[in-house]
Design a protein around this ligand. Structure first.
Ligand code: ADP
Length: 168
């Protein structure tokens, strides 16, 4: 049984992430999507919300599960019995960061391999941050994220706007 972990912040999950999930699920017997709890990024969604959105989006894939984790990604991979970490690659900028992380993780856990899957061209310029920016400004994000995520984003930004209004 070959188990792999696809780790990330997923704040929120986009169709670009899901493209990687679907393709990785074909390569491995079991894929665990690891949702990083203590992201250094300023996250919009709580860990629980990120897990819920991802779980809903991958529920139709029988060999994919979702788990939150904290601490080192390689330690999480070892805990769940995975020897492979999957990451997605978009542009050249991703490559630099990913290669740096792969080398660091190799130092920490040489037995864990990195598999980098290149993004499908439709999603090459899609990121969680751009989706949040467009949603925040009231733009149409359907087609970029699963329907449940679009609903959660609208709800979140309406709540933020409401909060700002009542504080004025
Ligand atoms: P991070 O894990 O760096 O906080 P994300 O949670 O956004 O960032 O992304 C998790 C993984 O998915 C990373 O490997 C990232 O490069 C990849 N990824 C993000 N967006 C896309 C996309 N549109 N297509 C393919 N891979 C992507």
């Amino acid at each position: 049984m070959v188990v792999a972990v696809y780790p990330g912040t997923f704040d929120p999950v986009t169709n670009g992430h899901l493209d990687i999930v679907v393709r990785a699920a074909r390569l491995f017997d079991r894929l665990i999507v690891g949702i990083y709890e203590e992201s250094p990024k300023n996250v919009l969604f709580s860990t629980g919300e990120r897990v819920e959105m991802m779980s809903e989006a991958v529920s139709y894939l029988p060999n994919v599960s979702v788990q939150p984790y904290s601490g080192l990604t390689v330690e999480f991979a070892k805990r769940v019995g995975a020897r492979t970490l999957v990451r997605g690659l978009r542009a050249i900028s991703d490559f630099e960061l990913e290669i740096q992380m792969a080398h660091m993780n190799r130092e920490l856990a040489p037995e864990i391999e990195f598999v980098l899957l290149m993004t499908s061209v439709n999603y090459a310029f899609l990121s969680s941050s751009i989706v949040k920016e467009v949603a925040c400004l009231g733009g149409d994000i359907s087609g970029l994220v699963p329907e449940g995520v679009a609903v959660s984003l609208r709800r979140k930004y309406n709540a933020v706007a409401e909060h700002a209004r009542t504080r004025r």
